[in-house]
Design a protein around this ligand. Structure first.
Ligand code: FES
Length: 372
């Protein structure tokens, strides 16, 4: 496999993606991603307190212009944006699976997977599904117009794709995408096909009209199997993981039920690479309370709920982005109580000074008092 891969890699002009060996959990992938200093994200936070020690800050924001917007599914709910640098310069390179932080005019920051061609340095491309019933970031993205200026941070990769024979022991690849989860998978599929790897894709959604980029995927013929709820019913392990064995690397991105299904049913010793669009589930959580010092409001946090989710239920203006403990946007200052840190981002010094990431970390006791 190694010799064959070396031959196949020849026409690939980009730097090979970084490799991860053996079975990969999404946590391991994220740790690998945040280990590189420039991956660290800018921190914004609610409330003002000059004494709050600074988290690592990204200084790599750049102004970009919306060059083109188009609808890329049969329904009108998925918009793709082509973004070019406002100064006309080339953009930093990226690898399949990477995402960018998009800083929206409202001040919100959201992360979107790059779905274009990594070999193109003149633009980035993202696609965003409108989330019904909310007036949040997806509505803001859909309202962006051609010519509008926004800020975007450098690509970073929390969903790396080690290639068979070069960081992966797998001999074939199974991609699994649910709806808008196709966005990080699309560049992977193109790369796998270009390298003539043995790959296949299972693409799920409610109905064909809801699936973005179907036209591009049709070119790959039988390698792509579309499974929609209205025809096949809800996806099952047999639909998604047929023929998957320990020599297959599985790459999955989609809604939480699909991800849980894949995670639970993938065979032992199979490489599993996961990109979540949703908060990581709380594991072994205990209930506790948040006390907001300035307002004296008490916020109960359930055992299966993050502190961020509990806080957002009473205070919608709390900053956050990834909800997975790797961007730093949700950092808050704790003034009393002991934190059970569950992130890999904060330094020992930041923890000692009382910082906490609300999206993943919890209280080691009954109550934490936040400087809010
Ligand atoms: S929201 Fe990204 S670390 Fe909490």
């Amino acid at each position: 496999m190694g010799d064959r891969l070396a031959r196949l890699l020849k026409p690939y002009t980009g730097e090979p993606p970084p490799g991860l060996y053996g079975k990969s959990s999404d946590l391991l992938i994220r740790i690998a991603g945040i280990a590189v200093p420039h991956f660290l994200s800018v921190v914004t936070r609610l409330g003002g307190d000059a004494a709050l020690p600074a988290l690592p800050r990204r200084t790599n924001r750049r102004a970009m212009v919306v060059e083109e917007r188009s609808l890329v599914a049969g329904d009108p709910d998925v918009v793709a944006l082509t973004l070019v640098a406002a100064d006309g310069e080339d953009l930093p390179r990226w690898h399949a699976g990477a995402h960018i932080d998009v800083h929206l005019p409202s001040g919100r920051t959201r992360q979107y997977s790059l779905c274009g061609d990594p070999d193109r340095a003149d633009h980035y491309r993202v696609a965003v599904r409108l989330i019904p019933g909310e007036q949040g970031a997806s509505h803001e993205v859909h309202a962006l117009t051609v010519g509008q200026l926004i800020e975007v941070s450098e690509p970073r990769n929390a969903f790396m794709m080690p290639l068979p024979g070069s960081g992966s022991r797998a001999e074939r690849l199974r991609f699994i995408a649910g709806g808008i989860g196709i966005t990080p998978i699309l560049p992977m599929v193109r790369l796998a096909d270009r390298l003539q790897l043995d790959w296949s894709l299972r693409y799920t959604g409610r109905h064909r009209e809801s699936l973005p980029f179907l036209d591009q995927l049709e070119a790959f013929g039988d390698r792509v199997r579309v499974l929609t709820d209205d025809v096949s019913g809800l996806p099952t392990p047999a639909h998604l993981l047929d023929d998957v064995d320990p020599w297959t690397a599985v790459y999955a991105c989609g809604p939480p039920p699909m991800m849980d299904l894949v995670h639970g049913a993938v065979p032992e010793r199979t490489e599993l690479h996961i990109e979540r669009f949703s908060p990581v589930p709380v594991v072994n959580g205990q209930p506790f309370e948040l006390e907001l010092r300035r307002s004296a409001v008490i916020v109960p946090v359930r055992a299966d709920q993050s502190a961020l989710a509990a806080l957002l239920a009473v205070e919608s203006d709390v900053s956050y982005s990834c909800r997975q403990g790797f961007c730093g946007s949700c950092a808050q200052q704790v003034v009393a109580g002991e934190v059970e840190h569950r992130d890999q981002l904060l330094t020992d010094e930041q923890r000692r000074l009382g910082q906490m990431l609300l999206c993943v970390s919890r209280s080691a006791g009954d109550r934490l008092v936040l400087d809010l």
